[in-house]
Design a protein around this ligand. Structure first.
Ligand code: CTP
Length: 399
């Protein structure tokens, strides 16, 4: 997929810069045209001569070429690129990128680039774990940059920990996959529910759950990145969608979520029901704050059942439409998931067990099994929620 692609390879000043040589080799071998942009510190670790010989292009580092005074246009390179990869990305460069500190050619190019950007951090474990790195990476991620997470292992300091730049082969795989899936959902309209619902008790209290919305939002981003038009019906969460092809419909309660889904389902090709919908709501919600009273008597709250949104859409589904559901289980996982698949007339169900470490609510990772209506089951290892999103969309595509 990389054949003929224009790639900017940004190299910064870290020990892992030696791996950039292999990365460059692999990219060129895969048929990509690579323009290396290196920071002044990067040149302390690796020489431009090696890089220009391998890429077949002069390496860009300064704003001006010293002997001719020729200006290197960061705008032109930024527009030329189909993708920009920064590997290794040091804490310093990540900080500059997140804060617009355009004091070198690499950061300036980053700020001008319209193409998708992939960042492979590499640093010592304490730098990696520092709140400033965490915050800067979160900022970059929130702008839609792809972070290629560093691995855990032995670092240049000989300490063991998280901060090793991902291997060049894996970085090439990420890029290849990006281009491979890019337009696979062009023309598809996808309805996604995400987050918890809040069921109002009174103006200041509600019944809710721990859902963060991360899984549903990851599916929305991945679907949009692949060319789909996404309607994201979301309960109250602290995150926001980034891709411009995602239309956000904010709701609070299960009843509001149902109404939004009913409005958008008929015009959708697929629905992915990722929300953790409250099964019950208070029968009455008080219009003013319920007072504690003097006696400290027990308080009774009568709950009534909420509609099952997935099942409602399942009944309405017309031929050609597909619905994916989720099952978050603690016991009897497989039977419960298959039960839900059939009861709600879904086409596939994503099972996650709360018994698996790193799976479920509020994490950035998930470990799932996907069971399709035809009874085919695939068990996946622990992955980032973005990768899980990709597996879910691939399964829907197959169906
Ligand atoms: N779901 C829904 N509306 C509901 C409850 C669930 O759309 N009122 C959807 C969820 O988004 C998910 C699937 O149905 O895709 C299964 O949700 P889950 O909470 O696991 O199942 P329930 O049917 O609520 O069963 P239980 O709580 O007994 O496990």
């Amino acid at each position: 997929m990389l054949k003929g692609k224009h790639i900017i390879l940004g190299i910064t000043g870290g020990i892992a810069a030696y791996k950039s040589v292999s990365l460059l080799r692999l990219l060129v071998k895969a048929g990509a045209e690579v323009q290396v942009v290196i920071t002044p510190a990067g040149k302390e670790f690796i020489t431009p001569v090696t890089l220009s010989a391998l890429s077949g292009k002069p390496v860009i580092s300064e704003f001006f070429t010293a002997n001719t005074g020729q200006w290197n246009s960061h705008v032109d390179i930024g527009l030329w690129a189909d993708a920009m990869v920064i590997a290794p990305a040091t804490a310093s460069t990540i900080g500059k990128m997140a804060n617009g500190v355009a004091d070198n050619m690499l950061v300036t190019t980053y700020l001008s680039a319209k193409a998708p950007v992939f960042i492979a951090p590499a640093m010592d474990l304490d730098m990696m774990a520092h709140p400033s790195t965490t915050r800067n990476l979160a900022t970059l991620r929130s702008w839609g940059n792809h972070i290629i997470e560093p691995a855990t292992g032995e670092l240049a300091s000989h300490l063991m920990g998280r901060g090793r730049m991902e291997e060049p082969e894996r970085i090439v795989e990420v890029l290849d996959r990006f281009f491979d899936t890019k337009d696979t959902l062009k023309g598809k309209k996808i309805l996604i529910t995400a987050g918890p619902t809040h069921e109002k008790i009174d103006p200041v209290r509600f019944i809710g759950n721990y859902s963060s919305g991360k899984m549903g939002y990851a599916i929305a981003e991945e679907a949009a990145a692949r060319g789909a038009e996404v309607t994201l019906v979301s309960g109250p969460v602290e995150i926001a969608p980034r891709h411009e092809s995602i239309t956000l419909v904010k709701v609070e309660s299960a009843l509001e979520m149902l109404a939004a889904c009913e409005e958008h389902f008929d015009s959708s090709d697929w629905a992915v029901m990722c929300a953790a919908v409250a099964d019950y709501r208070p029968e009455h919600s008080a219009s003013s704050k319920i007072k504690r009273g003097d006696k400290g008597d027990p308080m009774e709250l009568r709950l009534v059942a909420n509609p099952d949104i997935a099942a409602t859409l399942g009944k309405r589904k017309r031929s050609g439409q597909l619905i994916a559901g989720f099952a978050l289980e603690t016991d009897n996982e497989t039977d419960n998931a298959i039960g839900k698949l059939n009861r709600k007339n879904l086409d596939m169900i994503v099972l996650n067990s709360l018994r698996d470490k790193g799976a479920g609510f509020r994490t950035d990772t998930n470990k799932v099994s996907i069971i399709t209506r035809g009874g085919e089951r695939t068990d996946y290892p622990l992955k980032s929620k973005t990768e899980v999103a990709s597996d879910i969309l691939d399964t829907l595509l197959k169906l």
